[in-house]
Write a protein that binds this ligand. Structure first.
Ligand code: KG4
Ligand code: ZN
Length: 347
């Protein structure tokens, strides 16, 4: 295998990102640079990502981001072998900004163009950081997604189950909003929960009685809203202890559901007897330490290796897009200027 250097672009949600990844032959891939320009402040006043504001910010910042990624890597465009870009799924204005920029770079520098599915980027991340073989089990758990994927190859995914309503990250974000905590909700709820008693308030464990790997998280948010209102009715407000206990109870319920459904997904995956069994996680919610430790226990209990990428590679970034593009390139899966930006693109 020859040495490849790929520039990756990501702009499907609220992070504008560019990265350079290089792989010498069969050696581990190397992240030469990874720039992530967030937009949290731009959306703060609205309590969520505003698509039109996100699209404009991506369009304004994407070329600066590319420039920074190249200079941090100490390379120029002519050192690249290909340009990889997230072509969906995501907020269409942002995806378009990235795809248009990548097309321009591809034409200008005469480089192959590779459209990458954002979810495939997350799902291939463990192969960027560790030597692991297909097939492995991936729990992809973020603000917009929650699914179990059997990853068989760069372009070969089987969905074993997933959420039937909200993604857990969305539930964390809504919980934070209901309790007056800052966005993004995941880290602030986790911080509150650290001092809380998870057993004080009872939260449901939705769909645990139903077979299979499907999950549901919207009921948790409703339960939280009701409990909050009941406390406020009784006492006229929430104390900091109440808030911590609510966060701890909510987080424990999410973690329990993810752990039990992961056990079932692992059972399905292990039935095919892979040589080395691997459970991996990706997506912003995989940054949560309670969830990580529960998943780690489940993997250990079932005899699978648990591989969690570093936090900076769990959340949205362009290194994962460059790496997925590299695997596609090696497999001969390149695109041309007809590459379309797709708001929806199931794996
Ligand atoms: O993967 P990501 O950066 O963006 C996409 O949704 O694609 O994930 C962001 C989500 C947000 O909902 C955020 O609240 C959640 O991940 N998150 C967390 C934590 N850190 C980020 N959720 C729980 N615990 C955390 N520590
Ligand atoms: Zn993502």
């Amino acid at each position: 295998a020859k040495t490849l250097t790929i520039l990756g672009l990501e702009s499907s949600c609220d992070d504008t990102a560019a990265a350079v990844v290089r792989q010498r032959g069969t050696q581990p891939a190397e992240i030469m640079s990874s720039i992530v320009l967030g937009q949290t402040e731009l959306h703060a006043a609205f309590g969520g990502v505003v698509p039109e504001i996100a699209a404009r910010a991506h369009a304004e910042k994407i070329d600066i981001c590319v420039k920074q990624a190249l200079s941090q890597a100490g390379l120029s465009l002519s050192d690249m072998d290909a340009i990889a870009v997230t072509a969906g799924p995501g907020l269409i204005g942002g995806v378009l900004a990235g795809v248009m920029c990548a097309k321009g770079l591809s034409v200008g520098a005469g480089l192959p163009l590779i459209g990458v599915n954002h979810l495939a980027g997350h799902a291939l991340t463990p192969r960027l950081t560790e030597r692991i073989d297909y097939p492995y089990l991936m729990l992809l758990v973020s603000g917009g997604h929650c699914q179990f994927l059997l990853v068989r190859g760069v372009d070969d995914f089987t969905r074993l189950g997933g959420t039937i309503d909200d993604a857990p990250g969305e539930a964390f974000d809504k919980t934070a909003r209901l309790l007056g905590l800052p966005q993004p909700g995941g880290p602030s709820v986790e911080a509150e929960a650290r001092n809380g008693d998870p057993a004080r308030y009872a939260f449901p464990r939705p769909l645990l009685d139903r077979e299979g790997c499907d999950m549901s998280f919207s009921g948790l948010k409703t339960a939280l809203l009701r409990t909050r209102d009941r406390i406020v009715d009784e006492k006229g407000g929430l104390t900091s202890v109440d808030r911590a206990d609510l966060c701890a109870g909510f987080q424990m319920a999410v973690a329990d559901v993810l752990a039990e459904k992961t056990r079932r997904a692992l059972r399905l995956y292990l039935a095919d007897a892979p040589a080395v069994a691997v459970l991996s996680v990706a997506g912003g919610v995989a940054a949560n330490s309670l969830i990580r430790s529960k998943l780690e226990s489940v993997a250990a209990e079932m005899g699978a290796l648990f591989i969690a990428p570093p936090l900076s590679l769990c959340t949205d970034n362009a290194a994962m897009i460059a790496y997925a593009g590299m695997e596609k390139y090696r497999a001969g899966l390149c695109d041309d200027l007809t590459l379309a930006a797709r708001p929806r693109w199931p794996l």
